[in-house]
Design a protein around this ligand. Structure first.
Ligand code: NAP
Length: 224
């Protein structure tokens, strides 16, 4: 069975807490930060924190991918290790949660299945799926996009220096029924692929990745 965890809280307390918030009049506003997180880095954490703040979300739920549909031809570190790195990275932030729901799911991972599952667990919640704005513009090619569009509000984050998405770019998504938002966030020149290269060649990733994650990756020899 899939589980959630938040810092030192037990899984049951966390889930009960989420239901409680959902029932207390206002719907729970839950951000969802899906990612391969190979490895998680400060860019992901800052992105989630900025969206939490800008949209007044109750929590951001990090969901590491299991066996991602769009990376079937690429080498990705084992899902359990990527999950553990996310758990370590979010420790100490009371509004960050992590779920293993994609990691424990059999077969190829699709966001559609994840959003369906979250709806069943938290029917009163408003779900905000957070992503880079480039990824946002590909949504209409994801599995069962018609149903997907009904399951969440999709939040694309523009980072200065990238080719920025505009409100006009969202027009075709909105015409297809997607509720899509654009936000701005600070630019951070950091990517998982750059971090992997640095680790593989023995260079420093200090301050790009939380220390606890660096220690874990080192102990498990994940990138050497
Ligand atoms: P990732 O590389 O681990 O990154 C996670 C998110 O963080 C992405 O939206 C990424 O946006 C953003 N990000 C990365 N570096 C950043 C930085 N320096 N500053 C701010 N933001 C940064 O994740 P991913 O592999 O692209 O996957 C994203 C999610 O989309 C996953 O949940 C995946 O399952 C889902 N997805 C689903 C389907 C499907 O169901 N058919 C298809 C594709 C993706 P950028 O990409 O703009 O860097």
């Amino acid at each position: 069975m899939a589980s959630f965890c938040a810092g030192s809280q037990s899984l049951d307390d966390t889930l009960a807490g989420l239901h409680e918030r959902g029932r207390a009049g206002e719907p729970l506003k839950l951000g969802i930060m899906g990612g391969t997180f190979d490895p998680i880095h400060v860019g992901h954490l800052i992105l989630a924190e900025q969206v939490h703040d800008a949209l007044g979300l109750d929590f951001v739920l990090f969901i590491p991918t299991g066996n991602p549909s769009f990376k079937r031809d690429k080498l990705v570190r084992p899902a359990d290790d990527r999950l553990r790195m996310v758990e370590l990275a979010i420790e100490g932030n009371p509004h960050f949660l992590v779920s293993d729901m994609e990691v424990v799911r059999e077969g190829v991972t699709y966001t559609l299945d994840t959003l369906r599952e979250l709806h069943a667990l938290l029917p009163a919640a408003e779900l905000f799926f957070i992503m880079g704005s480039d990824t946002l513009l590909t949504l209409d090619h994801w599995r069962a996009s018609e149903e997907l569009a009904k399951l969440a509000i999709f939040v694309g984050v523009n980072r200065p220096g990238d080719s920025l998405a505009s409100e006009e770019d969202l027009g075709h998504l909105r015409a297809l029924g997607f509720k899509a938002l654009l936000l701005d966030a600070p630019a951070l020149e950091v990517s998982s692929s750059d971090i992997r290269q640095r680790l593989e060649s023995g260079r420093s990733v200090r301050y790009l990745v939380p220390d606890s994650v660096i220690r874990y990756a080192d102990e498990r020899r994940l990138y050497r």
